[in-house]
Every structure is written in structure tokens, then in C-alpha cells.
Design a protein around this ligand. Structure first.
Ligand SMILES: [Zn+2]
Length: 367
């Protein structure tokens, strides 16, 4: 129902854009924001009885990024949603040491140990660092990985100026919100516009013992035009659960995107849920290969394609993609369905190694 409603709203929006002759997105909505924008209010760090609450997941409203104080951050304690500015009403005893930390400036980082000076963590660029306080995370059910980030690693950029790093983060935040609303525990590997090398992204998911990791991307360059969406989901060699997750995401995304009228899609001839291997025969993508749990990398569509880029700049797209990803992840958790679009043959691709590393990476302030 949400999907139909959202698609209907998009149709109205498209008509409005045609009527005014203004098809550009609001540049203010896609501007890169400093990592220091988001934060978890200090009131969240202790409960009424002085113990630390075990926050199960969190995210920031777009409106909270860059505003002081943040407009609102929804935080879930024991699966219940509430406004972060109200006092905690419930807590649970954490089990074992903190696995990751939401730092005072809202970054998620793996925890190495806890000491007298605070938390010893792995900073976003991979170096050890100390953070004096924050919100400890003890586990996660699903880790979402918004691809790219920071000045250098923008990812693809649409003809309308929309940067992939920003679009990926919007969809990841939307998907996290949807899954949290349904009672799932979700953590993001990146929470604002900063660089995170692949090894740190994977370490966050590994430390938290997530059941699955979904890396969210939008594709380029544009292949041939197509009557159907060109969604591609890269799955791990030898992992039946990665394959199943990929098939479900492909199916839900293509079904959801097909509900938008008037979009000129682009697609590669082998688009689907597929393996991509390098010349050594390994899975080509680090975010498919490195996590210890079932993982996929989803290229939801072609940001380089002008028609798709216009769609991707709308809030309706973010809503529809977020619900589709949440639906797919829930089907993966709750059923043994395999989805669709599964390709028997692997694509051959060897990355040039120019992205995802930590050379020249400067970690942003964490507190
Ligand atoms: Zn990407």
C-alpha cells in the first residue's frame, strides 16, 4: 500500500515538474554534510538507575544533520521507538563488552577494548583511537553499508548533480528506519559524509555479529536502455544465503521500481543477482568478500542515466527503495524463499583498487 501511495505521489510530482518546467532537484537536499553534524544526545548515555541502556539501533533524520540541536533522532531501545529527547524508560543489561560505539558526534566505530580513558576504537580510516564516551552497541541483526563517502569517494554523480554517496546514505537511512519500525536491530557503517575504507565497514558488521550485511549503491556508467529496471545485486561465491538474499533484493527492487511510470531504464544484458569474480577467481567486491556473515552489494539502478537520476532525487524513490529493501531483508530473515533474477554465470571484473582503501584517508572528529 505504501508503494502504491508513494508511486501515486511521484506521478503528481512529475506532473508538477513538467508543468513548471523545473526538473532539477533541490541542491540543498543533496549537499555534503560534515561528519560532526549528527550526534547522540548525552542524555542517552545513562538510564535513571545509572546503568547504560543497550541501544539496539539508531539513525538521524535528514533535518537533524547540521542543525543545532538536532531536530530529532529516533533511537530504539529493546525494539521500541521513541524520541531521543525523552528520558529512557527501559533498559536491559548488556551482555559482554561493547562491540561498536556510536561516538558523541554520531559516527559508528568498532570497539577494540574499554579502558580508563574510555573506548579504544578503530577510527573510520582504520587507525586506533580513544573516544571518551558514547553509546555502546552490543550487537546488530542487520548492518547496512551506504557505499562511498567523503570528499574524494563520491561514487557516481548524476547529470543532475546528485552524488551517489548522498543517495546511498538516504536509502540506507530510510531502510534502517523501516526495519527498526518493524522491530529489527539495524546499524549503519557510515552515518554522514566521511570516508570509511572497506576493511572498517566489514569490521563493524563482523564485530556486531550481524546476520547479514547489505551494501547499498547506485550504478554508472549507463549501459543500453531497457524496458525494465537494471538492478544488479552481487552475491558471494559459495554462499547459499548470500545468493538467496541477493535474489530477494533483486526481485523486490525490480518489482518496486517497475511501479514508477515514465522512467527510461538502463540495464546490462546480464543484470540480475549474480557473482562477479576477478582474474584470481575471487569475488571482486570487498563488501561481498570481507564480511563474515552473508553479504551482498546492491546496485539499485543507474544514477548516470538522466531519467533514473531524476527519479532517484525524489523522496518518493527513497521511500519506495527503502520499503523494498526492508521487505527483501524480512523475507530473507523469515522465509527460505530464493527470490529471482539469479544468474548461473559469473561476470568477470577486476577492480583497479583506486577506491575503498585507506591511503590518504583522514578520520573526521569523533567527539
Ligand atoms: Zn557505488
Amino acid at each position: 500500500m505504501i508503494r502504491l501511495f508513494a508511486a501515486g505521489r511521484l506521478a503528481v510530482l512529475v506532473l508538477a515538474l513538467v508543468a513548471t518546467g523545473c526538473a532539477s532537484s533541490d541542491p540543498g537536499a543533496i549537499v555534503a554534510q560534515p561528519a560532526s553534524a549528527g550526534r547522540v544526545p548525552s542524555a542517552e548515555s545513562t538510564t535513571a538507575d545509572g546503568s547504560e541502556p543497550a541501544f539496539s539501533g539508531w539513525w538521524f533524520d535528514d533535518a537533524s544533520i547540521g542543525s543545532t540541536p538536532p531536530a530529532r533522532s529516533l533511537i530504539s531501545v529493546d525494539g521500541a521507538q521513541r524520541d531521543s529527547q525523552s528520558a529512557p524508560t527501559r533498559s536491559r543489561t548488556p551482555h559482554g563488552p561493547a562491540k561498536a560505539l556510536v561516538t558523541p558526534l554520531g559516527l559508528v566505530v568498532p570497539v577494540l577494548s574499554e579502558g580508563p580513558a574510555g573506548y579504544e576504537v578503530t577510527a573510520p580510516c582504520g587507525e586506533p583511537a580513544t573516544v571518551s564516551w558514547g553509546t555502546p552497541l552490543y550487537g546488530a541483526e542487520i548492518v547496512l553499508d551506504p557505499g562511498h563517502g567523503g570528499e574524494v569517494e563520491t561514487g557516481a554523480v548524476g547529470p543532475n548533480g546528485l552524488a551517489e554517496k548522498e543517495l546511498n546514505l538516504r536509502v540506507a537511512e530510510g531502510t534502517a528506519a523501516e526495519l527498526e519500525h518493524r522491530g529489527h536491530v539495524v546499524v549503519l557503517t557510515r552515518t554522514a559524509d566521511y570516508r570509511v575504507p572497506l576493511e572498517v565497514r566489514a569490521a563493524i558488521a563482523n564485530q556486531l555479529g550481524a546476520k547479514a550485511l547489505v551494501s547499498i549503491h547506485h550504478n554508472a556508467p549507463t549501459p543500453q536502455m531497457s524496458t525494465t529496471p537494471g538492478t544488479e545485486v552481487f552475491i558471494r561465491t559459495g554462499s547459499a544465503e548470500s545468493r538467496r538474499l541477493g535474489g530477494l533484493i533483486w526481485q523486490e527492487m525490480v518489482d518496486a521500481l517497475s511501479g514508477f511510470d515514465g522512467v527510461s531504464w538502463a540495464a546490462a544484458t546480464d543484470a540480475g543477482a549474480l557473482r562477479v569474480t576477478n582474474r584470481e577467481g575471487q569475488d571482486s567486491y570487498g563488501m561481498v568478500r570481507r564480511p563474515r556473515m552473508p553479504a551482498v552489494l546492491a546496485e539499485l539502478g543507474y544514477l548516470s542515466n538522466p531519467s533514473e537520476a531524476e527519479l532517484f532525487a525524489t523522496p518518493e524513490y527513497v521511500d519506495v527503495a527503502s520499503v523494498a529493501l526492508a521487505d527483501a531483508i524480512e523475507r530473507w530473515l523469515d522465509t527460505d524463499e530464493v527470490g529471482g533474477g539469479l544468474r548461473a554465470h559469473a561476470r568477470s571484473f577486476t577492480p583497479d583498487g583506486t577506491t575503498g582503501h585507506n591511503r590518504g584517508c583522514l578520520s573526521p572528529p569523533m567527539e
